[in-house]
Ligand binder design. Sequence first.
Ligand SMILES: C[S@@+](CC[C@H](N)C(=O)[O-])C[C@H]1O[C@@H](n2cnc3c(N)ncnc32)[C@H](O)[C@@H]1O
Length: 355
Amino acid sequence: MGIDMEMERVFRMNAGLGDSSYAQNSILLQRRGLEIVEPVLEEAILSMKMMSEFNTFCIADLGCSSGPNALFTAENITKTLKAKYMSAGIPVPQCQNEEGVAGRSYFAAGVPGSFYGRLFPDKALHFVHSSFGLHWLSQVPAEILEKNSVTWNKGKIFCGGESQAVGEAYFRQFQKDFNTFLRARADEMVGGGRMLLLLLGRTPHDPIDQGYIALQWELLEISLNDLVKQGLIEEEKVDSFNIPMYCPCPGEVSNEIAREGSFEIQRLELLRRSENFPREEMEAITGSASAKDAYGQKLAKQLRAVMESLMKHHFGEEIMDALFERYGEILGRRLSERIEYGKRGGYLVLVLQRR
Ligand SMILES: C[S@@+](CC[C@H](N)C(=O)[O-])C[C@H]1O[C@@H](n2cnc3c(N)ncnc32)[C@H](O)[C@@H]1O
């Protein structure tokens, strides 16, 4: 993906309910993560100060996409909130949920625009949730596309090569974006309001070791280069494609929060993916070659549901089937490596309170 690409315009999860839709392919990683942090979400709401001075309690789920995960989160938040007010004998405030889901026990609305910018009026929000959105950068760092510079990421598609300069360029982009996110939310949230952020993070300090997610991108890189060898993609197309994702380590995140200054950290932890694999993944890893292959193809669909919009935009729709099939094959063969990679990263969970 080039710098010219506007993430906001192009990047979206695969829509609908089809075979490669996000709705059907967001269970193994995202839904599992949401279920694991459910108690953290409940605790974040239950331990928040009562906001009985407000008739309306405004919740924003930023980057909620569509489908079952969006509903799961919205309902968990409103259910917990209602239980909290009812048990204290305080009238339950009306809930306004700023996301693209049909209204249920709350009033729902969708707000267009990037969360790396203002989306709501001053002091409008009481609770903010965002899952699996903040590791996505607003853009690929410009320096890594500068041909023949030290930061040029030739032949690579993420910040997982040998180059420290590339890793640092990605890190600077993350710092800039995360700071913009925090500043916008600081303006939009009421004092005492809380925010739960769930994103992919890593344990190593070195930015060029992207932890758990690195295997996924390494194998996608190999798949793309295989299609170059087959003459299906031009080499230059791979050189100019980079994934706008950065998985931070906990220290990078806490430094940015301290530097921005509007939020107090209530909780910050990294849950290693290797300790949270679904049972079917462990069964596939220890299973036969055909079980590994089938699981590799299943994981390829999960990646396709998230990445297809960006890949299609850059490489063209005609190679999508070949690309993700190749990726699934390679992943199936290297499935057991996910355990080692999974020890180096996973779910980064944060609960912040607006000062
Ligand atoms: C992997 S999906 C996560 C969806 C859902 N929150 C979940 O947990 O399943 C990432 C979502 O973040 C959104 N996203 C990424 N960058 C964004 C940005 N800068 N502003 C708003 N949404 C963004 C994507 O469009 C997508 O809907």
